[in-house]
Write a protein that binds this ligand. Structure first.
Ligand SMILES: NC(=O)C1=CN([C@@H]2O[C@H](COP(=O)(O)OP(=O)(O)OC[C@H]3O[C@@H](n4cnc5c(N)ncnc54)[C@H](O)[C@@H]3O)[C@@H](O)[C@H]2O)C=CC1
Ligand SMILES: Nc1nc(O)c(N)c(N[C@@H]2O[C@H](COP(=O)(O)O)[C@@H](O)[C@H]2O)n1
Length: 221
């Protein structure tokens, strides 16, 4: 599985405010770049924290990109994937709309009735892990469904787990020229954090590009 993490952060590394409300950190050029990344991917992934905070659609906005995917024999939109250990995704969430297939990754902690409600709302539920979603195991199951490349949009809890599991191949981050601040505000990589410098993921800077009123940094991992 090829995993590309892409997000937008303030200059102080925040993905959002301490109230965890969605904020537009980037501008139209960067949203178009994100749309192109979605159009390339087999699946677009978020954590349930992002799902609950933002209620994103995770679909491709540009009609030409959807047509291009169809011309290549692919569905017009990538699959939507949410890491949601306890099946907390609301059944009226945008990501359960019929524009694309949706996978909800849950753990064994999820209640059967909540799983059934998500399945009745059109989702395919994948069970992996006892407590939190076992991401390597869940991604293997996604591969069995034909998904070979994933674009992960956040948030910071999920992104830490992906780095911790050694699952990230590429990182692109838009750094906006704004300061959000707040010790409780989500950052690009939250979770437990790494403590041993030998365990810090090593990144290789592959690109620096001015965009909107900020900069896009690209890394191989
Ligand atoms: N500026 C940007 O580009 C983006 C900003 N955001 C912001 O990030 C915030 C949400 O981020 P977070 O609270 O960090 O939530 P998150 O989106 O990373 O979701 C974390 C949740 O996912 C579930 N999960 C299941 N298995 C997991 C695993 N193995 N590892 C980690 N989590 C797992 C858990 O319930 C966990 O609480 C929102 O404020 C949203 O607006 C989110 C995406 C992009
Ligand atoms: N790339 C980017 N730039 C920003 O400034 C952002 N606030 C975000 N946030 C994420 O974009 C997604 C919106 O999804 P839909 O357009 O509703 O499909 C969502 O995942 C946000 O967290 N991204």
């Amino acid at each position: 599985m090829h995993v590309h993490v892409n997000a937008a952060e303030s200059v102080d590394g925040k993905l959002s405010t301490r109230e965890r409300e969605q904020v537009a950190i980037s501008g139209p050029e960067d949203f178009d770049r994100m749309d192109a990344l979605r159009a390339e991917a087999d699946g677009v992934v978020v954590g349930v924290g992002t799902e609950l905070a933002d209620d994103p659609s995770l679909t491709v906005t540009d009609a030409e990109r959807r047509e291009q995917r169809e011309a290549e024999g692919r569905p017009p939109n990538p699959a939507r994937v949410v890491a949601d250990s306890r099946a907390r995704t609301p059944t009226d969430a945008e990501i359960l709309g019929d524009e694309a297939v949706t996978y909800v990754l849950v753990s064994e902690r999820a209640v059967k009735g909540d799983i059934e409600a998500l399945e009745n709302a059109g989702a395919t539920v994948i069970v992996a892990g006892e407590d939190r979603v076992d991401l390597p195991g869940a991604f293997e199951q996604l591969e069995a469904h034909g998904l070979d490349s994933l674009m992960v949009e956040g948030g910071g809890e999920l992104v830490f787990s992906l780095f911790d599991a050694g699952l990230v191949d590429r990182l692109t981050v838009y750094v906006g020229s704004t300061v959000i601040g707040g010790r409780e505000a989500p950052t690009l990589v939250d979770g437990e954090g790494f403590t041993d410098p030998d365990s810090f993921p090593e990144l290789s800077l592959t690109g620096v590009e001015r965009m909107d009123d900020g900069v896009v940094l690209s890394y191989d991992v």
